[in-house]
Design a protein around this ligand. Sequence first.
Ligand SMILES: [Zn+2]
Length: 98
Amino acid sequence: MRRACPGCGFRFEREPGYWVGAMIIDTAVTFAALFVVLVGGILLTWPDVPWGWLAAATAAVTAVVGVAFYPRSKTLWAALEIGYHPVEAHELEPPADR
Ligand SMILES: [Zn+2]
């Protein structure tokens, strides 16, 4: 990921720990996917639930969604955060530094 937007110079990481919000969004989406697979798998196969396969499927979904969604969660977090904390001029890098 670039340090700043090549167009406007906005530094993406506005302060130390800035991406914790993105991690929270990523974790929430990952748990939602895990919940859907787990509960859906139980409901669709009840009463003969294949617990081993379900455990493997939930582990795979958790790993894939957690990693694949993380860049999107950063974009979503930045958009949400900029919405209530607009970018100020001092946060923009000069064109020579981009
Ligand atoms: Zn920009």
